[in-house]
Unconditional design. Structure first.
Length: 139
């Protein structure tokens, strides 16, 4: 989870850098008179224009930042799910399908063993009894 948090923070920082660059470019345009230098246009510095552009960029930045945070939160929520094959019960881990026991031993460094839950034990006993065989499974 820590690694995905760091990736989310990196995405938001890159986004912030891009919008900060746009704001800086707005102010540089007014201070250095870029349109006049590049295109020879008549240019009168107007700080109100730079402030207005900066406010618009900040509003767009706030909206994009909010949307990005919501999307990243949803993505991290979905990444927390463990994909298990419905037929063979293998677990998908880093693009590789592992048997359940292999997954638990590699991911959590725990040993596994097999057993039978009480409900499956009851169903097995019922199945054996319904076939007329004597029960050989004890609790």
């Amino acid at each position: 989870m820590k690694q995905t948090k760091e990736k989310s923070d990196a995405i938001l920082w890159i986004e912030a850098g891009g919008f900060s660059s746009l704001i800086m470019l707005c102010w540089l345009t007014e201070m250095i008179r870029i349109p006049h230098l590049l295109f020879g246009e008549a240019f009168a510095p107007d700080l109100r224009r730079a402030v207005l552009r900066s406010v618009v960029i900040l509003l767009v930045w706030a909206w994009v930042h909010s949307a990005t945070k919501r999307l990243l939160k949803r993505l991290h929520y979905l990444e927390e799910f463990l994909r298990i094959c419905g037929w063979c019960r293998k677990v998908c881990h880093d693009g590789e399908w592992l048997e359940m026991e292999g997954y638990f031993s590699s991911k959590f460094a725990t040993r596994t063993t097999h057993g039978m839950c009480p409900e499956c034990l009851r169903k097995s006993k019922e199945a054996i009894l319904s076939r007329g065989n004597p029960p050989s499974i004890s609790e």
